[in-house]
Write a protein that binds this ligand. Structure first.
Ligand code: GAR
Length: 192
Protein backbone atom coordinates (compact mmCIF):
# COMPACT_ATOMS: atom_id res chain seq x y z
CA UNK A 1 0.00 0.00 0.00
CA UNK A 2 1.34 3.44 -0.87
CA UNK A 3 1.81 5.64 2.19
CA UNK A 4 -0.81 8.33 2.78
CA UNK A 5 0.12 12.01 2.49
CA UNK A 6 1.20 13.42 5.84
CA UNK A 7 -0.94 16.17 7.32
CA UNK A 8 -0.52 18.62 10.21
CA UNK A 9 -3.12 20.26 12.43
CA UNK A 10 -2.66 23.72 13.99
CA UNK A 11 -4.41 24.47 17.26
CA UNK A 12 -4.38 27.16 19.94
CA UNK A 13 -6.64 25.66 22.58
CA UNK A 14 -8.77 22.66 23.51
CA UNK A 15 -8.49 21.05 20.07
CA UNK A 16 -11.85 19.34 19.73
CA UNK A 17 -11.73 19.66 15.93
CA UNK A 18 -8.21 18.23 16.00
CA UNK A 19 -9.54 15.23 17.94
CA UNK A 20 -12.38 14.78 15.44
CA UNK A 21 -9.90 14.80 12.55
CA UNK A 22 -7.51 12.37 14.21
CA UNK A 23 -10.33 10.04 15.20
CA UNK A 24 -11.75 10.10 11.67
CA UNK A 25 -8.28 9.38 10.27
CA UNK A 26 -8.28 5.99 12.00
CA UNK A 27 -10.53 4.72 9.20
CA UNK A 28 -8.41 2.77 6.75
CA UNK A 29 -9.85 4.73 3.83
CA UNK A 30 -9.19 8.19 5.28
CA UNK A 31 -6.99 9.96 2.71
CA UNK A 32 -4.27 11.47 4.94
CA UNK A 33 -2.29 10.56 8.03
CA UNK A 34 -2.02 13.21 10.75
CA UNK A 35 1.57 13.07 11.95
CA UNK A 36 2.08 16.49 13.54
CA UNK A 37 0.09 18.88 15.74
CA UNK A 38 1.42 22.42 16.11
CA UNK A 39 0.38 25.06 18.61
CA UNK A 40 1.48 28.63 19.23
CA UNK A 41 0.49 28.10 22.88
CA UNK A 42 2.60 25.59 24.85
CA UNK A 43 -0.31 25.28 27.30
CA UNK A 44 -2.89 24.29 24.67
CA UNK A 45 -4.85 21.35 26.07
CA UNK A 46 -4.96 19.68 22.68
CA UNK A 47 -1.17 19.24 22.57
CA UNK A 48 -1.13 16.81 25.49
CA UNK A 49 -3.96 14.81 23.92
CA UNK A 50 -2.11 14.59 20.60
CA UNK A 51 1.05 13.41 22.36
CA UNK A 52 -1.00 10.81 24.24
CA UNK A 53 -2.09 9.44 20.85
CA UNK A 54 1.51 9.05 19.73
CA UNK A 55 1.36 12.04 17.39
CA UNK A 56 4.24 14.55 17.38
CA UNK A 57 3.03 17.60 19.30
CA UNK A 58 5.06 20.75 18.72
CA UNK A 59 4.68 24.02 20.62
CA UNK A 60 6.24 27.07 19.00
CA UNK A 61 5.40 29.81 21.46
CA UNK A 62 4.75 33.08 19.62
CA UNK A 63 5.61 35.26 22.63
CA UNK A 64 9.43 35.25 22.37
CA UNK A 65 9.08 36.45 18.77
CA UNK A 66 7.28 39.63 19.85
CA UNK A 67 5.97 41.49 16.82
CA UNK A 68 8.00 39.42 14.36
CA UNK A 69 5.19 37.14 13.20
CA UNK A 70 7.12 35.97 10.20
CA UNK A 71 10.06 34.73 12.31
CA UNK A 72 7.59 32.68 14.34
CA UNK A 73 6.12 31.25 11.16
CA UNK A 74 9.56 30.49 9.70
CA UNK A 75 10.28 28.24 12.68
CA UNK A 76 6.96 26.43 12.21
CA UNK A 77 7.49 26.21 8.46
CA UNK A 78 10.87 24.53 8.93
CA UNK A 79 9.29 21.91 11.20
CA UNK A 80 6.49 21.24 8.70
CA UNK A 81 8.94 20.78 5.85
CA UNK A 82 11.25 18.58 7.94
CA UNK A 83 8.23 16.39 8.74
CA UNK A 84 7.25 16.04 5.07
CA UNK A 85 3.82 17.62 5.59
CA UNK A 86 1.59 17.97 2.52
CA UNK A 87 -1.63 19.35 4.04
CA UNK A 88 -2.24 21.74 6.95
CA UNK A 89 -5.60 21.85 8.73
CA UNK A 90 -6.06 24.95 10.89
CA UNK A 91 -8.39 23.93 13.72
CA UNK A 92 -8.98 26.76 16.14
CA UNK A 93 -5.58 28.30 15.40
CA UNK A 94 -6.12 31.81 16.68
CA UNK A 95 -3.19 33.62 15.04
CA UNK A 96 -3.62 35.58 11.84
CA UNK A 97 -1.06 34.23 9.38
CA UNK A 98 1.27 36.47 7.41
CA UNK A 99 1.54 36.28 3.61
CA UNK A 100 4.80 34.39 4.18
CA UNK A 101 3.29 31.19 5.61
CA UNK A 102 0.15 31.45 3.47
CA UNK A 103 2.40 31.72 0.40
CA UNK A 104 4.56 28.76 1.40
CA UNK A 105 1.46 26.57 1.76
CA UNK A 106 -0.82 27.91 -0.97
CA UNK A 107 -3.22 25.20 -2.06
CA UNK A 108 -2.18 23.03 0.88
CA UNK A 109 -3.73 24.82 3.85
CA UNK A 110 -7.37 24.75 4.94
CA UNK A 111 -9.29 26.21 7.89
CA UNK A 112 -12.56 25.70 9.74
CA UNK A 113 -14.51 28.81 10.64
CA UNK A 114 -17.65 28.89 12.81
CA UNK A 115 -19.96 30.81 10.47
CA UNK A 116 -21.62 30.48 7.11
CA UNK A 117 -18.93 32.39 5.21
CA UNK A 118 -18.87 34.92 3.64
CA UNK A 119 -20.96 36.03 6.63
CA UNK A 120 -19.17 36.87 9.88
CA UNK A 121 -15.47 36.64 9.18
CA UNK A 122 -13.33 37.12 12.29
CA UNK A 123 -14.47 36.72 15.88
CA UNK A 124 -17.78 36.50 17.81
CA UNK A 125 -19.51 34.82 14.88
CA UNK A 126 -22.39 33.28 16.84
CA UNK A 127 -23.18 36.47 18.72
CA UNK A 128 -23.26 38.39 15.45
CA UNK A 129 -25.52 35.84 13.74
CA UNK A 130 -28.00 35.97 16.65
CA UNK A 131 -27.93 39.77 16.81
CA UNK A 132 -28.60 39.96 13.08
CA UNK A 133 -31.74 37.83 13.54
CA UNK A 134 -30.44 35.10 11.22
CA UNK A 135 -32.43 31.87 11.00
CA UNK A 136 -29.32 29.76 10.46
CA UNK A 137 -25.77 29.59 11.72
CA UNK A 138 -23.13 27.13 10.73
CA UNK A 139 -19.54 26.41 9.85
CA UNK A 140 -17.32 26.49 6.80
CA UNK A 141 -14.17 24.70 5.74
CA UNK A 142 -12.24 26.84 3.27
CA UNK A 143 -8.86 27.25 1.63
CA UNK A 144 -6.57 29.67 3.41
CA UNK A 145 -5.71 32.79 1.44
CA UNK A 146 -4.12 36.08 2.45
CA UNK A 147 -7.44 37.65 3.46
CA UNK A 148 -8.75 36.53 6.86
CA UNK A 149 -11.46 33.83 6.47
CA UNK A 150 -11.59 34.74 2.80
CA UNK A 151 -10.44 31.75 0.72
CA UNK A 152 -12.56 29.56 -1.53
CA UNK A 153 -15.17 27.49 0.27
CA UNK A 154 -14.79 23.71 0.33
CA UNK A 155 -17.83 22.61 2.39
CA UNK A 156 -20.39 24.16 4.73
CA UNK A 157 -22.93 22.88 7.24
CA UNK A 158 -25.82 24.84 8.69
CA UNK A 159 -27.87 24.59 11.87
CA UNK A 160 -31.02 26.43 12.91
CA UNK A 161 -30.84 29.37 15.29
CA UNK A 162 -33.61 28.82 17.83
CA UNK A 163 -35.58 31.42 19.73
CA UNK A 164 -33.76 32.36 22.92
CA UNK A 165 -30.41 30.91 21.80
CA UNK A 166 -27.38 32.37 23.53
CA UNK A 167 -24.06 32.49 21.62
CA UNK A 168 -22.93 29.50 23.71
CA UNK A 169 -26.04 27.51 22.75
CA UNK A 170 -25.40 28.19 19.09
CA UNK A 171 -21.66 27.51 19.40
CA UNK A 172 -22.39 24.10 20.91
CA UNK A 173 -24.87 23.24 18.12
CA UNK A 174 -22.40 24.36 15.44
CA UNK A 175 -19.47 22.53 17.05
CA UNK A 176 -21.27 19.20 16.62
CA UNK A 177 -21.43 19.94 12.91
CA UNK A 178 -17.80 21.12 12.80
CA UNK A 179 -16.66 17.74 14.05
CA UNK A 180 -18.41 16.04 11.11
CA UNK A 181 -17.69 18.69 8.50
CA UNK A 182 -13.92 18.90 8.91
CA UNK A 183 -13.21 15.20 8.26
CA UNK A 184 -15.76 15.26 5.42
CA UNK A 185 -13.97 18.23 3.84
CA UNK A 186 -10.60 16.47 3.97
CA UNK A 187 -12.14 13.40 2.34
CA UNK A 188 -13.76 15.66 -0.26
CA UNK A 189 -10.40 17.20 -1.21
CA UNK A 190 -8.86 13.85 -2.02
CA UNK A 191 -11.95 12.47 -3.73
CA UNK A 192 -11.60 14.98 -6.56
C1 GAR B 1 -13.93 26.14 16.64
O1 GAR B 1 -15.27 26.49 16.83
C2 GAR B 1 -13.39 26.73 15.36
O2 GAR B 1 -14.33 26.78 14.32
C3 GAR B 1 -13.04 28.13 15.82
O3 GAR B 1 -12.49 27.96 17.09
C4 GAR B 1 -13.05 26.80 17.70
C5 GAR B 1 -11.92 25.91 18.14
O4 GAR B 1 -12.39 24.85 18.92
N1 GAR B 1 -12.14 28.76 14.92
C6 GAR B 1 -12.10 30.06 14.71
O5 GAR B 1 -12.82 30.86 15.27
C7 GAR B 1 -11.04 30.50 13.71
N2 GAR B 1 -11.24 31.84 13.34
P1 GAR B 1 -11.54 23.54 19.10
O6 GAR B 1 -10.17 23.97 19.63
O7 GAR B 1 -12.28 22.76 20.13
O8 GAR B 1 -11.44 22.84 17.78
Amino acid sequence: MTPKPKAAIFISGRGSNMMALIEASRDADFPVEFTLVVSNDPGAAGLAWAASQGIAALAVDHKPFGKDREAHEREIDAALKAAGIELICLAGYMRILTPYLVGQWAGKMINIHPSLLPKYKGLHTHERAIEAGDSFGGCTVHWVSEGVDDGDIILQAQVPILKGDTPDDLAARVLIEEHKLYPAAVRHLYAR
